[in-house]
Design a protein around this ligand. Structure first.
Ligand code: GLP
Length: 251
């Protein structure tokens, strides 16, 4: 895994947007797995900026991801993505979850698999909504959310409005099949989860640690989120040499 250490949220967003933009330019019909959460807001702002300057075309890109309103507000309303190419799990379905989730997996397969999956990370190390103890082989399914995640999510809802207790999420096995993965983390509250994910043992107690099994993962993290990593000097050195020896990994 490649660990890119940045100063702050703004630098993370810019770097992630650059990597996503160059992937779209290399493959205009890219299947892009997107993520929600406050960490992503800056990334989408930069992508919208690039689109508005005329240097980024989303017309052929396909997106499987979640949280309709968030994605519309922050990205889809501002870029030229074809709504027919957007596949967001439907949080309003009731019953027959298994069939619905299987059809979501089929849609990913029919799109040729996910080329680039963008991820945030929960304070408890979740990716998507794969809460601790999620199987590393899990597929898209209905997942009961932890109290910690419900509390964090409640910030996105109006006061008094109930935060969801369950979510439909891609599984860890689904995520691991993406060809490339970008995980972004900012802030002190993420530092323990980040350290366990990158330097800890692979365990279902920390879902993001499963990313150690993936051959092409890049973590982009700010100083605060990186504060519990023990190998920071090494990550800086790797990054410098990657820029010299295999610059395509960074563009
Ligand atoms: C939610 C989302 C995750 C996201 C996490 C962190 O749980 N399902 O995709 O990574 O929140 O969100 P934030 O970036 O707001 O800390």
């Amino acid at each position: 895994m490649l660990v890119i250490l940045k100063r702050d949220d703004e630098e993370i967003s810019r770097q992630a947007a650059q990597l996503i933009a160059s992937a779209v330019r290399k493959k205009p019909a890219l299947t892009l797995g997107l993520a929600t959460g406050s960490t992503m807001v800056g990334v989408y702002k930069h992508l919208v900026g690039l689109h508005q300057q005329g240097s980024l075309d989303f017309s052929r890109v396909a997106h499987p991801q979640s949280f309709h309103h968030f994605m519309r507000e922050n990205l889809f309303a501002h870029v030229n993505v074809d709504p027919g190419n957007v596949h967001i799990p439907d949080g309003t379905i009731r019953g027959n979850y298994e069939d619905y989730c299987a059809s979501y997996e089929d849609a990913i397969r029919m799109a040729g698999g996910i080329d680039l999956q963008l991820l945030g990370i929960g304070r408890n190390g979740h990716i998507g909504f794969n809460e601790p103890t999620s199987s590393i082989g899990s597929r898209t399914r209905l997942k009961v959310l932890s109290q910690e995640t419900m509390d964090d999510n409640s910030k996105s809802f109006a006061p008094g409005e109930e935060s969801p207790r369950c979510a439909i999420t891609m599984g860890i096995g689904t995520i691991l099949e993406a060809r490339k993965i970008l995980l972004l983390a900012a802030g002190k509250s993420k530092s323990a989860a980040v350290a366990k994910s990158i330097e800890g043992p692979i365990t279902s107690a920390v879902s993001a640690s499963a990313l150690q099994l993936h051959p092409d993962v890049t973590f982009i993290i700010d100083d605060d989120a990186a504060s519990q990593l023990t190998q920071r000097a090494y990550y800086h050195r790797v990054l410098k040499m990657t820029a010299q020896l295999t610059p395509e990994r960074l563009s």
